[in-house]
Design a protein around this ligand. Sequence first.
Ligand code: TYM
Length: 331
Amino acid sequence: MSKKRVLSGIQPTHDSFHLGNYLGALKQWVDMQENHDAFYCVVDLHALTVETDPKLLKKRTLLSAAQLIAIGLDPNKCTLFVQSHVPAHNQLAWVFECITGFGEASRMTQFKDKSQKSGADRINVGLFTYPILQAADILLYQPDFVPVGEDQRQHVELTRDIAQRFNSKYKEIFNIPKPEIIKSLAKINDLQDPTAKMSKSASSMAGVIELLDTPEATLKKFKSSVTDNGKEIKFDEKLKPGISNLLTIHSALSGKSITDLESEFSGKGYGDFKAAVAEVVIAKLEPISKRTNELMDDPAELSRVLSNGAQKASEVASTTLKAAYSAIGLA
Ligand code: TYM
């Protein structure tokens, strides 16, 4: 039987990915490459919705690819590529823009949040059409699953709606993908505000654990993390969001169950527990950071990997695009 296919993407908007990206999505990417036909892309076109210095964007795109390989993606097992290297993404996006309602796109919560934060005069049209480009990213590869965190669920739902609409209006071209969201890891929270998701756009980085942080910085962030009233190390998302977030992080990286961790730390103080979580995180991140730096020392090799990836991705994408163009009557 042929392997099920997966596709996912990540934006190169910062120098480093964060622990929320890693636990919510990237860890699944690594696991899924083993027994799926996996396509993963660095979505540099999506990153243009945030104004960035061109040199910096270029560097961050390479840094993103390096981090993805450093966390365990193997370009021999998956197709790793950069979105802008495959023009079919924009070509299909336009078709989808023409079958997506204005109201439908206006209901995307990420768009509403971001536009409210920046103010209507400072946002661009790209931010509005962003989820439609994402639908093209996904549907070009006919995936069965899209591994993402909770914040992307609505975009995958929109993608499914667009695919169904196209199929019933024109021709059955698109496979309808399912989001692959691991409930316990789908929303890793900020260490300073444990009710808000860890995010690259947080106003302060004090509660955001970056994969490329130094061990000292990581330890400091955990030590100063906001915890809750009381003394017990117990999982209770409502009453103890800070401790629950730390338990989730420890459990995901150490492989120990939350119940085992609660017994292990029973009678111990918050300080001891925070130091233990930091230790587990640092043990995971230190080699990732080291490997990323090594990969960045050989940009020619990284570019070669990405160019191979783009070639493999283009083959699949152009077949789908051709079928879609033909179905809608583009001669
Ligand atoms: P991006 O770049 O913001 O995030 C990459 C992945 O990380 C997940 N994530 C989290 N998971 C758990 N807890 C958190 N605090 C957390 N923060 C981020 C995100 O859910 C995501 O899976 N629109 C996408 C990029 C994209 C894409 C695609 C994804 C473009 N095209 C096609 C899938 C398929 C985004 O901005 O992700």
